[in-house]
Design a protein around this ligand. Structure first.
Ligand SMILES: Cc1cc2nc3c(=O)[nH]c(=O)nc-3n(C[C@H](O)[C@H](O)[C@H](O)COP(=O)(O)OP(=O)(O)OC[C@H]3O[C@@H](n4cnc5c(N)ncnc54)[C@H](O)[C@@H]3O)c2cc1C
Length: 300
C-alpha cells in the first residue's frame, strides 16, 4: 500500500520533511521530531495535505509559531502542517482588517495602530501568529482577541471551507471551541477609529511593562499557567517558593515565577516535571489547582 509519505512526497517534493525536529519550530526550543512536516502555501495545498492524512488515518496538527506549545521529547506522530508565506497577508478596509492566519500577531497590532484603529493594543509583545492567537484567545492587560473578531475562515476536518462567526468560535479565557481539526486560514476583525498618537503611546507603555516583568532573551513559552479566578498564577507560584527552582535544563524564571525558561538543553519531560511539582506545591500552600496555559502536544 502506498504510504502517506509517498503521497505527500508526490505533491510536495523536497518540501516534505521526514523526522523534522520540532525544537526548531517552538519558542521553548524543545520538542522531538514530527514524523512528517510540511509548510503549505495555499488553501489548496492545505486541503491536499489534510485529505491525504485523513485517508491514511494519520493525525494532522497545525503548528503556528510554536510560542504556546510544549512538544514532547518523543515528538509528534502523523503530519504537522505550518502555514507559509501565502497566508501572511494583512489588508485593511476602513475599520475592518483581514489577516492571514500565518501573519505575525505583532504585525497585525502594528498595522492597526499605524492606521489609527483601536482594539488590538493589548497584543503588543504577544508573539505568535494570528491563527494561534485566535485559537488561544490571546490576551493581556485586560484585552483579548475575542472582542474584535467578526469571522474566522478555515478548512474543516473533511476539507470543506467554512467561515465561523464570533459566537460559533465559543471564546473563553485562553481557549476556544473550534470544530475538531479546523485549520484557520484567515481572521476578520472590526476595530474602532481611534487617535493614532494615543494608541502609539498606549502600545509603548505596554511594551515597557512587558520588558520590566518578563524574562528576555531566553527560550520560553510565555505564561505556563492560566490565572485562576481572582488572583495571579505568578503570585501563587512565587508564594510557594518556586521562583528560580531548577530541574535539569529547565527552571522557573527568577524574574517572573509564571515563566519556565529553557537554560540550554531542557527536555520536555523536565518542564513537565516542574509543572507537576508546582501544581502540587501551590495546591498544598493555597488550595488552588493551577491549569496549564501552555499546550502539551505530541507523543507523551
Ligand atoms: C514571551 C512570550 C510572551 C507571551 N505572552 C502572551 C500574552 O501576553 N498573552 C497570551 O495570550 N499569550 C502569550 N503568549 C503565548 C503565545 O504567544 C500565544 O498563545 C500565541 O497566540 C500562540 O500563537 P502561535 O502561533 O505561536 O500558536 P502555537 O503555539 O503554534 O499553537 C497554539 C495552538 O494554536 C493552534 N493553531 C495555531 N495556528 C493555527 C491555525 N492556523 N489553525 C488552527 N489551529 C492553529 C495549534 O494547533 C495549537 O493548538 C506568550 C508567549 C511567549 C513566548
Amino acid at each position: 500500500m502506498i504510504s502517506l509519505e509517498q503521497i505527500l512526497r508526490e505533491r510536495f517534493g523536497e518540501r516534505l520533511k521526514v523526522q523534522a525536529p520540532l525544537s526548531e519550530w517552538t519558542s521553548f526550543r524543545i520538542g522531538g521530531p514530527a514524523d512528517l512536516f510540511v509548510v503549505v502555501e495555499s488553501e489548496d495545498e492545505l486541503c491536499a495535505a489534510k485529505a491525504a492524512a485523513r485517508r491514511a488515518n494519520a493525525s494532522c496538527f497545525c503548528l503556528g509559531a510554536g510560542t504556546n506549545l510544549l512538544v514532547s521529547d518523543r515528538g509528534m506522530r502523523g503530519l504537522v502542517v505550518h502555514l507559509g508565506e501565502g497566508n501572511k497577508q494583512i489588508t485593511i478596509d476602513g475599520a475592518r482588517i483581514f489577516a492571514g492566519a500565518a501573519a505575525q500577531f505583532g504585525d497585525l497590532v502594528a498595522r492597526a495602530v499605524e492606521q489609527g484603529l483601536e482594539g488590538l493594543e493589548f497584543g503588543e509583545g504577544i508573539p505568535g501568529t494570528v491563527g494561534g492567537g485566535l485559537v488561544m484567545n490571546a490576551g493581556a492587560f485586560g484585552g483579548e482577541i475575542a472582542r474584535v473578531v467578526t469571522l474566522v475562515h478555515g478548512v474543516t476536518e473533511t476539507g470543506e471551507r467554512r467561515a465561523l462567526t464570533n459566537d460559533e468560535v465559543k471564546f473563553a479565557y485562553r481557549r476556544t471551541d473550534l470544530p475538531p481539526n479546523f485549520v484557520i486560514t484567515r481572521v476578520d476583525f472590526e476595530l474602532q477609529p481611534g487617535d493614532r498618537e494615543q494608541l502609539q503611546a498606549r502600545v509603548a507603555e505596554l511594551h515597557e511593562k512587558r520588558a520590566a516583568r518578563q524574562p528576555r532573551g531566553v527560550p520560553n513559552a510565555g505564561s505556563i499557567f492560566k490565572n485562576p479566578p481572582g488572583t495571579f498564577a505568578g503570585k501563587l507560584l512565587e508564594g510557594a517558593g518556586l521562583k528560580g527552582t531548577r530541574l535539569g535544563g529547565a527552571a522557573f524564571s527568577d524574574k517572573h515565577a509564571n515563566f519556565i525558561v529553557n537554560l540550554g538543553e531542557a527536555r520536555a519531560a523536565e518542564v513537565w516535571a516542574l509543572i507537576e511539582m508546582a501544581r502540587d506545591r501551590v495546591k498544598q500552600q493555597s488550595g488552588v489547582w493551577l491549569e496549564p496555559e501552555v499546550k502539551l502536544v505530541g507523543d507523551w
